[in-house]
Write a protein that binds this ligand. Structure first.
Ligand code: NOJ
Length: 730
């Protein structure tokens, strides 16, 4: 009688199945599970032969569908299934492959760039977006996304600020959780869910000068209090994989750091999934010059805690020898393999290894998905200025000129890392504006020269100018030394403004740009990021008032490049008291430290206007003091005092007044989006307890230090409505 091996029996526990499978594997088969292979046109036969002989942990799907992107290959389900078939049917143990791809802000339906999604301050909607991304990606055979990117970024020169949630640890943590839950759901074996990957662990956004891949020097206290929280949130939400970063941090490459990977991540945070290197970040340990050769790189990364190697081959070349020489233990091999196999079982891959092409055709870019993309794009856009209530525009009775370098673009709507978005499914701004208000909109010809644009503008009642960046000006290794608008745009906007007509500037961008000159001459500014497949329609929705803008800035907007880094949660200095200290205990101000520019940003973190007005009143705390194990409840009434419906995001900031180490002047610890009709009020409450009020000290432990705390509520990070409470010793 033929009996199934235990590991193939789905009624057994995953631990039991892993244990059984591990006991059957040769060392070569184990090491193959630690490898993420890259199949290219020139090595297909070799890759297939490898999988047949040993199996493989994962295959990276690195090609792009985006027409004209120059990437080498589109994704085809049949092709993915063929590799899976070889692994499942032709390799000795039949271990299925994880197919990993960069599904960063949507698969086929593209959502706003993650920085834009963070601007929604709406984790529920962001979770929905990632749920859709998972559904679409899984239908196409992808079962692992290299997202979310959780790197805190305080430097908008860095192109990858586009891929994360901006400068704030609390907001980024909420977004991290939303993304992980969206991708993975409650049960990874749900065929519509995929494995998420928290990246790039850790400190990658701290790259000096905003130069990607660069060194970062981050004190342990800052690392733990600022850079770690989103990763902790992802781990707490059950993220199954983490990617180790490229960079050298404090003199130690992150992909070779036992402290960061094994002690902090797997030990302290209790991460039970597996760590994958970033692309070649293991072999690049040689370039960092912390090891002599690739054998040394394999030894260092693997013993540090990198379980799977992306693309490069140091593990499959050297791990066997390293085990035989005693430099790497078999226990560590088994630990890494067990982590990877556990995820494969949890994903249900042994039972359902193949993708279903019929499902893909029904799912991809479905009308329901487009609807969510349009909603999240609307919520992501930030109204920065609206002088004289110029916006919203009327759809009739006005001549509205539509012009600017972004008007006829498609890829710039999508943003970076959109391997599977399709340009022909992405409306241009010109198309969307015309569709929304055919009687009013006057399009400048797409090849209009600047003098022709001016002439066209002269004939209009209102001018809408679409400025900003191409999709390729941000993203990986696409950094800029100046965050001014691309060359020539400011001059053109100023020339148009001199016509004296009402001027709306809509900016598409992957980062905070310097809007100082635009803000001086435009009447209204809408910051639209790279808003995704439905972004153009969403812009038209907002400009014509189908909905009021409600986005809030997830990063401070500097007045000039030279102000970088500037973030709202800076530490108190020895010379800040004269400004903030004496006058009022609740006052909060940036100190002017430059002779040529004020100390404050142009637009602060958390800022964003609506078409209506809100007022906050009746701030109350439910008790004046708490013990460290108690929670204080802060409440405030928010009222829509304008004449239109709108959404406000009420934000709660906290300061630990005296602490054993210098602490930020304030930190975001809660936010709530509230939709209100004109005249309507609502009470918003925030709970503050040990989680919100404690911090990591120099001893690497969390402390909640008794004493006075200040709390402010408001509509951006300069909130001034505040009170104090005490945390008293137990
Ligand atoms: C390198 C990037 O840093 C990382 O974010 C991405 O997931 C991998 N390449 C795979 O494409």
């Amino acid at each position: 009688m033929h009996t199934l091996p235990l590991y193939k029996n789905p009624s057994l526990s995953i631990d039991r199945r892993v244990e059984d499978l591990l006991s059957r594997m040769t060392l070569e088969e184990k090491i193959a599970q630690l490898y993420q292979i890259w199949a290219r046109p020139d090595n297909i036969d070799e890759v297939k032969a490898f999988i047949r002989q040993y199996g493989v942990g994962s295959r990276i799907l690195a090609g792009s569908n985006l027409a004209g992107s120059g990437h080498e290959k589109a994704l085809e389900i049949e092709e993915i299934n063929e590799y899976q078939r070889i692994a499942v049917e032709e390799s000795r143990l039949g271990i299925p492959i994880l197919f990993g791809r960069d599904v960063i802000h949507g698969y086929r339906t593209i959502f706003p760039i993650p920085l834009g999604m963070a601007a929604t301050f709406d984790p529920g909607l962001v979770e929905q977006a990632y749920t859709i991304a998972a559904r679409e990606a899984s239908s196409a055979g992808v079962n692992w996304s290299f997202a979310p990117m959780l790197d805190i970024a305080r430097d908008p020169r860095w192109g990858r600020i586009a891929e994360g949630s901006g400068e704030d640890p609390y907001l980024a943590s909420q977004m991290a959780r939303a993304a992980v839950l969206g991708f993975q759901g409650k049960d990874l074996s749900d065929p519509e869910r995929i494995l998420a990957c928290a990246k790039h662990y850790i400190g990658y956004g701290g790259a000096e000068g905003g130069r990607d891949y660069n060194t970062a020097e981050i004190t342990d206290v800052t690392l733990r209090n600022i850079y770690l929280p989103p990763f902790k949130a992802a781990v707490d939400a059950g993220v199954g994989s983490v990617m180790s970063a490229f960079l050298d941090i404090n003199g130690e490459p992150a992909s070779g750091s036992h402290y960061l990977l094994t002690e902090l991540l797997k030990g302290e945070l209790g991460f039970t999934g597996f760590v994958i290197s970033d692309w070649a970040s293991v072999s690049e340990l040689v370039h960092h010059r912390v090891v002599e050769d690739e054998r040394g790189a394999a030894r260092l990364a693997f013993t540090a805690g990198v379980d799977m190697e992306m693309v490069t081959q140091t593990y499959i070349r050297y791990l066997k020898d390293l085990v035989e020489s005693g430099e790497v233990s078999l226990e560590r091999i088994d630990d890494a393999v067990q982590r990877i196999l556990t995820i494969k079982f949890r994903l249900g891959l042994f039972e359902h290894p193949y993708a279903n092409a019929t499902k893909a055709s029904e799912t991809l870019f479905s009308p329901a998905h487009q609807q969510v993309a349009r909603q999240i794009a609307r919520e992501s856009m930030v109204l920065l200025k609206n002088h004289g209530d110029l916006l919203p525009l009327k759809k009739t009775g006005l001549k509205i000129a539509v012009m600017g370098p972004l008007v006829n673009q498609r890829a710039a709507l999508l943003g970076s890392w959109t391997l599977d978005g399709l340009l022909h499914e992405t409306q241009t701004i010109a198309e969307a504006m015309q569709q929304a208000a055919p009687d009013a909109v006057r399009l400048a010809p797409s090849d209009a020269l600047q003098d022709e644009m001016l002439a066209e503008a002269m004939k209009a009642d209102v001018i809408t100018f679409f400025a900003g960046e191409s999709e390729g000006r941000s993203g990986e290794n696409h950094n800029v030394a100046s965050i001014d608008l691309p060359a020539g745009q400011e001059e053109l906007i100023e020339a148009i403004a001199r016509l004296g007509k009402p001027l709306v500037v809509v900016v598409l961008a992957g980062r905070p740009l310097n809007l100082s000159r635009v803000a001086r001459c435009a009447d209204a500014i809408l910051y639209a990021w790279h808003p995704g497949s439905m972004g153009a329609a969403a812009i038209a929705d907002l400009l014509f008032g189908e909905e009021a803008p409600s986005g809030k800035l997830p990063a401070s907007f500097p007045r000039t490049t030279g102000q970088i880094p500037i973030h709202y949660n800076f530490n108190s200095t020895g010379r800040s008291f004269s400004v903030v200290g004496e006058t009022s205990p609740l006052e909060y101000a940036y100190v002017d430290r430059y002779l040529d520019v004020p100390g404050s940003p142009l637009y602060p973190f958390g800022f964003g206007l609506s078409y209506t007005m809100f007022s906050l009143s009746g701030l109350a705390i439910d008790r004046p003091e708490i013990h460290p194990d108690e929670v204080i409840c802060v409440s405030v009434q928010v009222t829509n005092t304008g004449s239109r419906a709108g959404t406000e995001t009420v934000q709660c900031y906290v300061q630990d007044c005296v602490a054993s180490i210098t602490r930020p002047v304030r930190e975001l610890k809660g936010f709530k989006r509230v939709h209100l009709q004109p005249g309507e009020s609502q009470i918003v409450t925030f709970q503050l307890g040990a989680e919100e009020l404690s911090f990591y000290g120099t001893d690497r432990r969390r402390h909640l230090e008794p004493g006075t705390f200040k709390v402010w509520v408001g509509t951006d990070s300069t909130a001034s409505l505040g009170t104090t409470f005490q945390v008293i010793k137990s």
